[in-house]
Design a protein around this ligand. Sequence first.
Ligand code: NAD
Ligand code: TDX
Length: 345
Amino acid sequence: MKLLITGGCGFIGANFIRYLLNKYADYQIVNLDKLTYAGNLENLAGLEEESGGRYTFVRGDIRDATLIAELLGREIDVVVNFAAESHVDRSIEDASVFVRTNVEGTQVLLEAARKSGVGLYVQISTDEVYGSLGPSGAFSEKTPLDPRSPYSASKAAADLLVQAYAHTYGLPILITRCSNNYGPFQFPEKLIPLMLTNALEGLPLPVYGDGLNVRDWIYVGDHCRGVDLIIHHGKKGEVYNLGGASELTNLDLVGALLRELAIQKGHQPGYYDGLIKFVTDRLGHDRRYAMDFTKIQTELGWTPGYTLAQGMKETVAWYLQNEAWWRRIKTGEYLDYYQRMYAGR
Ligand code: NAD
Ligand code: TDX
């Protein structure tokens, strides 16, 4: 099988490419990535050689119709679109690039996929398109879309375009909607790597609002395994939810993470707790996400394999072993953004 994977230099895309190359000895992968602030070539360093030429990197924008047409001319069987602007706080600062990449970029990919007659187009979407929950219940694939941030609105718009291309042109598609991922190679603007790396640097740990917003956490390897199953066995035209069955308030999550970090560093469990700082809430902050993933469980036999405790243990160990990786990121452009984001908080 030959796949075009977009956004492969980001967090989940890089994990997915590594997963596929390890699992399938004959698969070929073309990774198209623009290398925005979130794209990091280091995440896939050495793979071109290690894979014996089965992996190729192309730098480019998913909005570049000429380039996409040329890439799809390379006998691609499946397109998997991970490329996106992915951080909610950035979308609140400036939504325009979110519309350009997440909406226009998806449309360019869909149009090229339709013209080339590709076998399958897979859109990597998110639980955030469903909106926010009260204290009970969970999102199913039938929950109406109700996005509430510029980021989630752009992802929902993309999902609707994907479904429109399936309905109008018969394009073979699949959409995956997953909850909050964590694990190796996650950019340190997202909650878990931000807390880990700030704690190691002795910096404040900014918890938004009252810290009681709830997220469902899934280890990135479980997400990759689910996307792989969906590509091979999913029913074309369908949406599949994936979740980690690990719902926690942000405060509880940060507490557990700091305890694990303290243990691995040989400190007392409460060593880092004093760094927690409550800061002004995110605008429009969604209160609670929870996923009903019965469909993929019953149809494809998928369940998350990692408990949060196991996943956190491995993630903390990874960030400790890969200090040079995250320290290089926490300089330059990222720092400018970081200072702007937390100024006055
Ligand atoms: P990320 O921000 O770490 O990576 C995004 C990648 O896309 C980067 O490598 C970036 O360079 C690339 N990119 C951005 N704009 C591009 C463009 N115009 N053309 C080509 N490449 C471009 O994101 P992530 O956390 O790995 O998320 C990947 C996908 O999964 C996104 O679509 C996101 O919406 C979705 N998702 C993420 C999560 C999560 O918890 N991180 C959960 C559910 C769904
Ligand atoms: O500094 C922080 N302090 C804080 O309290 C940050 C960065 C976040 N938070 C809170 C906001 C959220 O309630 O932690 C929670 C998680 O925040 P993020 O890591 O920014 O993730 P979230 O907004 O939930 O979105 C993530 O999951 C769904 C990904 O970034 C999206 O790409 C994905 O679609």
